[in-house]
Design a protein around this ligand. Structure first.
Ligand code: ADP
Length: 620
């Protein structure tokens, strides 16, 4: 039995958590590694359309502007060609008026281009603003199991990267693809109406263009993908080594780390070089083929002119159109990929939005104005999705104000019991009663408002110490915050800080010690003034002075409240009214410290084995 018990205690893991986390984020960033493709293209496009349709007035205006600008850009070369025939060849009068007309055409062309882009940007920003709000709100309504199944980095990348992808492509790609298509159709129609034969000659280069583009995009696609993958790899590596800096230094691994970094960096350089070099070839190829097409038109066109089959102006129009005609082709090829990845991004956003929210409270669920704090676990059984059994047949009763210490090796189910208590999960059978009410019949918000948590590694938000404490009761006055800090033994260390209560804390809590973080968490809980308290004792070593302060503050906090303590310190456990010893999700022993010692069972061997360092469980 002792062997079983000792196992979990052997895993001292100072940095493992962080290293694992950074890998999560790497994987999250991994979304950039391969070009995403939408699984349900038409469905996603339909949903996107619904978003855009909210702004139908503006959208119609954009479409009108795109049509106008396409028409005007077709008109420009046509007018130039006509001018040559009229004023250069035929020497007609009215050149000045014509020039003004042309100037107006070009000015209007710029104006319509500018308006369409400004309006589309407005639409796209409003759309992604709404998407971001909806996604963020929805994420906060999703049940806890959703998050435990996914990596945070991956979810974050949906709120940031994916939405940004959608935004970028709505800003420009949508208009470009639409106007490119219009231009293409317009140009070809006008060309055909002017001279079907010359049109056909212009088209001679098209197969070459398409083949060339296809080859290049295939190569660059592969290379860009490799570059993204290498970049993701490097990012992950940098993140990992930076967050594990202490380990790197402690094991003198700097050189190995730098060598591994150089190798990754080199991979990016090589793939980056080829990707850029080959993709940079696209405009050159297009230019060459354009010139070829121009030469064909000029050469054969000249023969037609000499035979009086066509005017010089028409040749000029053709030359210009053949240039215009390759541009939309080029743009379409360029924008297509961006558009596809934006649709894929949108799909990932919609995937989250269709996830089922935390189940609504039962219709008859009520709110308890006051909770005295009696808690009954009545034959509670529970299993995480896909697992056999995590908690089996757990029963105990607490009268208001009592303290229960949960003891047991890692994985015994202590955290799970707490998660059931605050209804992150519901038992598969059995009941949890608070003041005689089944927790399933109490509204979740209300239930949680009667509880407060002081966790091992308290979560601090980026903000001042004052704001962090006030999180326990948002409408607390400054005096109340200070009072809570005093009761939590935190006031003296806070006032010693240069900016006192206004000291800004970072999310990772850097700047204050682990013990001080605990004191702030206790202050927060005192301010919340809950009837039920959950304490997860810190296992990390804290200096003796702070330790005493924490113990004292905890005792004060627990006074008169029903408390669940995931206990590691013998001292805390001894003072508990009840001790529940868990193993593999079942209660194996239950009673007070002296009762359990007298039993000479699991608990007593645990105490005897671990008494030397005063800690019962290494981790939980
Ligand atoms: P303790 O807090 O005593 O260390 P836990 O309650 O965290 O134990 O875990 C009990 C068991 O449930 C463990 O075997 C653990 O691997 C498993 N478990 C914990 N969380 C989840 C989860 N979200 N999904 C699946 N299994 C889980």
């Amino acid at each position: 039995m002792l062997k079983r018990l000792k196992e979990p205690f052997q895993y001292a893991k100072p940095f493992d958590g962080k290293m694992a986390e950074s890998k999560d984020q790497m994987a999250g960033g991994g979304h950039a590694r391969s070009k995403p493709r939408a699984k349900n293209m038409s469905g996603t496009l339909k949903k996107m359309w619904n978003y855009l349709f909210e702004y139908k007035g503006k959208l119609a205006a954009v479409i009108i502007m795109v049509v106008l600008s396409s028409a005007l850009s077709l008109l420009g070369p046509y007018l130039a060609g006509t001018a040559i025939d009229h004023f250069l060849i035929n020497r007609d009068s009215g050149f000045a008026v014509f020039l003004i007309g042309m100037a107006i055409v070009y000015v209007f062309h710029s104006l319509t281009m500018w308006l369409q882009s400004i309006w589309m940007i407005a639409i796209s920003q409003k759309t992604v603003y709404r998407m971001r709000v909806q996604l963020f709100e929805h994420l906060h309504k999703l049940p806890i199991p959703y998050f435990s199944k996914r990596q945070h980095g991956e979810l974050m990348s949906r709120v940031t990267n994916d939405i940004e992808n959608v935004s970028a492509s709505l800003n420009s790609s949508v208009i470009q693809v639409f106007s490119s298509m219009l231009l293409l159709i317009g140009t070809v129609s006008v060309m055909l109406s002017l001279s079907p034969l010359l049109t056909l000659l212009t088209f001679l280069v098209v197969p070459l263009m398409v083949l060339g583009m296809k080859w290049i995009t295939k190569q660059t696609g592969r290379l860009f993908k490799a570059q993204q993958r290498n970049l993701g790899d490097l990012n992950g590596y940098i993140e990992e080594t930076l967050s594990g800096q202490r380990i790197v230094k402690a094991f003198s691994q700097e050189r190995t780390v730098i060598a591994a970094f150089k190798m990754r960096n080199e991979r990016i350089r090589v793939s980056g070089f080829w990707a850029q070099a080959i993709s940079g070839f696209i405009p050159k190829l297009m230019n060459a083929l354009n010139n070829l097409s121009f030469a064909i038109i000029a050469g054969i066109g000249a023969v037609f002119v000499l035979n009086d089959q066509i005017t010089v102006g028409t040749i000029i129009i053709f030359a210009e159109y053949s240039r215009q005609f390759t541009r939309p082709l080029n743009d379409l090829a360029n924008q297509w990929n961006t558009l596809l990845s934006a649709v894929a991004g949108a799909e990932r956003v919609f995937d989250v939005l269709v996830e089922e929210e935390e189940r609504a409270d039962e219709g008859a669920a009520k709110e308890l104005a006051e909770v005295k704090g009696s808690v009954i676990f009545d034959r509670v059984t529970f299993a995480y999705e896909g697992r056999a059994s995590t908690i089996s047949d757990v029963s105990f009763e607490l009268t208001p104000g009592e303290t229960i210490a949960l003891v047991g090796p890692t994985g015994a189910g202590k955290t799970t019991l707490i998660q059931l208590l605050c209804r992150f999960y519901d038992p598969s059978s059995g009941r949890i009663l608070i003041d005689g009410h089944d927790t399933r019949m109490i509204k979740r918000d209300n239930l949680r408002s009667h509880m407060a948590f002081v966790l091992q590694d308290p979560f601090l938000f980026e903000g001042t110490i004052h704001e962090n404490i006030r999180y326990g009761k948002l409408d607390a006055t400054d005096a109340e915050v200070e009072q809570a800090a005093k009761l939590a033994n935190a006031h003296s260390f806070i006032t010693r800080l240069k900016s006192g209560y206004s000291t800004v804390l970072k999310t990772d809590g850097s700047g204050i010690s682990q013990g001080q973080k605990q004191l702030l968490a206790i202050a927060r809980a005192i301010l919340a003034n809950p009837s039920i308290l959950v304490l997860d004792e810190a296992t990390s070593s804290i200096d003796t002075v702070t330790e005493i302060k924490i113990q004292e503050a905890m005792q004060r906090l627990m006074q008169g409240r029903t408390s669940f303590v995931i206990a590691h310190r013998l001292n805390t456990i001894q003072q508990a009214d009840q001790i529940v010893v868990l193993q593999d999700g079942a209660i194996i022993e239950k009673g007070s410290h002296s009762q359990l010692l007298a039993r000479q069972g699991f608990y007593s061997s645990l105490v005897n084995g671990q008494l030397k360092n005063g800690m019962l469980n290494e981790t939980s």
